[in-house]
Write a protein that binds this ligand. Structure first.
Ligand code: DGL
Length: 247
């Protein structure tokens, strides 16, 4: 099985990491639209246009599936991508909602959703969580966390000040949906900030669970073939991929 993984930049590598850990595909083609990141501040039509261009790029590879490792694109452009692709396109929002539903017993659990402006404005998570009967939802756009991760500022004063800026007035949640694939890189700091009782929902782990549940995917390949592409400075993305993924 050959999969394409798409994100606006490097954040989707967190999803690749989960896929690699679970050995789900034989070949992984990653495309980060680094020339145009961030998507989270763009409007719906632009996000859809960029997402369809990514589908066109992936048509060069005869893929079995495309995973949208970007919450912003998953929230706005999944239907359009599915219409123009010649393989199934799956996104991280539905997967994240299912992972949340599987991991929380109580439907009145206090859930905080964080993501880009576009993801939060779309209300994609809230709408889907309400369909699962969750009632106690709070959503907060945290766009500054995206450039911090892109700059690899994963701890320290600037990050702590940013977390305080966003979360100082927020009641401690029982779960936080990391509604942006950049945010798992901040897991340690977010877990420390909210405390160990708070469950963090990670798009990469969620998509693995989703592939196992819905598509019956299990271990396929220990050493998949990996290729990394970017719309700008692919070498920089490859260097980060090597470091983060240890490949
Ligand atoms: N990684 C993208 C997401 O999951 C967001 C980054 C961006 O703003 O492009 O939403």
């Amino acid at each position: 099985m050959k999969v394409g993984v798409f994100d606006s930049g490097i954040g989707g590598l967190t999803v690749v990491k989960s896929i690699l850990e679970h050995q789900l595909f034989e070949e992984i083609i990653y495309f980060g639209d680094t020339a145009r990141v961030p998507y989270g501040s763009k409007d719906k039509n632009t996000i859809i246009r960029y997402a369809i261009e990514a589908v066109e790029f992936f048509k060069n590879f005869e893929l079995d599936m495309i995973i949208v490792a970007c919450n912003t694109v998953s929230a706005y452009a999944l239907d359009e991508m599915n219409e123009s692709a010649d393989c199934p396109v799956i996104g991280v929002v539905e997967a994240g909602v299912l992972a949340t539903a599987n991991s929380l017993q109580m439907r009145d659990a206090n859930i905080l959703i964080i993501g880009t402006n576009a993801t939060i404005n779309s209300k994609a998570y809230e709408d889907a969580l309400r369909l699962q009967k969750f009632t106690n939802l709070n959503a907060k756009a945290t766009p500054l966390l995206v450039p911090l991760v892109e700059e690899e500022i994963l701890s320290g004063e600037i990050l702590n000040a940013t977390l305080k800026h966003y979360f100082a007035n927020i009641e401690r949640p029982q779960a936080v949906i990391l509604g942006c694939t950049h945010f798992p890189l901040l897991t340690y700091e977010l877990q420390t900030y909210f405390g160990k009782e708070t469950k963090l929902i990670h798009s990469g782990d969620a998509i693995v669970e989703y592939l196992q549940d819905k598509f019956n995917f299990y271990k396929q390949c220990k050493n998949p073939q990996l290729e990394f592409f970017a719309s700008e400075n692919p070498e920089a993305l490859r260097t980060i991929a090597k470091r983060w993924l240890d490949v």
